[in-house]
Design a protein around this ligand. Structure first.
Ligand SMILES: C[S@@+](CC[C@H](N)C(=O)[O-])C[C@H]1O[C@@H](n2cnc3c(N)ncnc32)[C@H](O)[C@@H]1O
Length: 337
């Protein structure tokens, strides 16, 4: 009983202490978590319930991608690679673009003839906006057609004193063939009134003529909350988590439900695309090069199935293991997204 009580107290303590970001600066914490990750590099987990697939491997490795997919094809890819900015391991732009070309080629191999590709990308405003223009030029040499350049507005930004606060998040949309596209609507009500037109001899106001009382997001998304630690969907330890609402919007518009369509994401991290697929009745094939993020991806799905929660809010995906290890409190507030 006493032991149980101590355990509960510790769990409560951990829940108020999200783990810090699990990249290369968190070596000690990573060493404690790694033994609890079920995938080693090259391993593949197959979900017995909905047929999702999670791999631990390199998006640029053709051998690994071919093994991961087998004879499967996806109708939609939603990729969110490291952006080559200071917060990620930085390389020369040419090297970064070469690497991108390799995973874009791999994407081509596993997409259906009629398919969509979305790529989240940053632009370094202090360095000629790299790697965005170079990436766009590289894509112009592929078989993909450009369709839209979406900007999502973050709520928090940086560089506010001597520059325009940087709050934009870029999302490139490409297609090949003739894939599905379903118009989406925001939660924002239409406010433009008094826009009359005569239809079949009757004068109608624009609201009466439209399919929805809400506005369309267009290609500037201002209605999505950036993930932060008070949100249920927050996965502490993750430093680049995308909002579920944004990924669900992409999946709803560019694939169909009912379990037939497969969606892929080569840079899974917190598993947002996998979770969105689970919620929307799509199958997901995803991977991450880091065994810890591949494990978090699987745990997020299992946690959702067990509890209905989309993340751990101010807790973390390794609460049980960290509680039973050396009882060293985990310091730091997660800086997700
Ligand atoms: C920006 S995060 C993706 C965030 C994700 N969209 C989410 O919502 O959680 C990029 C991820 O790519 C992974 N990654 C980096 N290089 C990779 C590679 N060569 N192959 C596969 N994954 C890689 C990193 O480990 C990291 O988890």
């Amino acid at each position: 009983m006493l032991k149980h009580l101590r355990y509960c107290q510790y769990v409560t303590f951990v829940k108020k202490n999200p783990i810090p970001r699990l990249d290369n600066n968190a070596d000690k914490l990573r060493q404690r978590i790694l033994p609890h990750c079920r995938l080693k590099p090259g391993d593949i987990w197959r979900d017995p319930e909905s047929g999702h697939v999670v791999g631990c491997g390199d998006a640029a490795s053709t051998g690994f991608i071919v093994e991961l997919f087998g004879s499967d094809q996806a109708v939609l890819a939603v990729h969110d690679p490291p952006y080559n900015l200071v917060m990620f391991r930085k390389r020369s732009v040419a090297e970064f673009i070469d690497w991108c070309r390799r995973w874009v080629d791999n994407t081509c191999r596993v997409l259906a003839d009629d398919a969509s590709l979305y790529v989240w990308l940053g632009a370094d405003q202090n360095n000629h906006f790299q790697p965005l223009p170079q990436f766009m030029a590289m894509m112009a040499e592929t078989e993909f057609k450009s369709r839209s350049f979406v900007t999502m507005r973050n709520q928090r930004g940086y560089g506010t004193q001597k520059n325009w606060m940087a709050v934009r998040q870029e999302l490139l949309y490409y297609t090949r063939g003739n894939p599905t596209f379903e118009v989406q609507y925001t939660d924002i009500p239409k406010i433009l009134r008094g826009y009359y037109k005569e239809v079949n001899g009757v004068t109608t106001e624009n609201i009466e003529r439209s399919k929805s009382a809400n506005i369309r997001p267009g290609n500037v998304w201002v209605d999505i909350q950036q993930v932060f630690y008070r949100m249920v969907e927050n996965v502490s330890g993750c430093y680049g988590q995308k909002p579920l609402k944004a990924v669900e919007r992409i999946i709803r518009s560019s694939s169909q439900g009912g379990g037939e369509d497969t969606v892929t994401d080569f840079f899974s991290h917190s598993g947002t695309t996998l979770l969105a697929c689970e919620r929307l009745g799509r199958r997901c094939i995803t991977l991450d090069i880091d065994p810890i993020f591949a494990e978090i991806t699987i745990r997020r799905l299992e946690h959702f199935r067990r509890t209905g929660a989309t993340g751990w809010q101010a807790g973390n995906p390794f609460e049980k293991e960290l509680a039973t290890l050396s009882q060293i409190p985990v310091a730091g507030i997660a800086a997700s997204a």
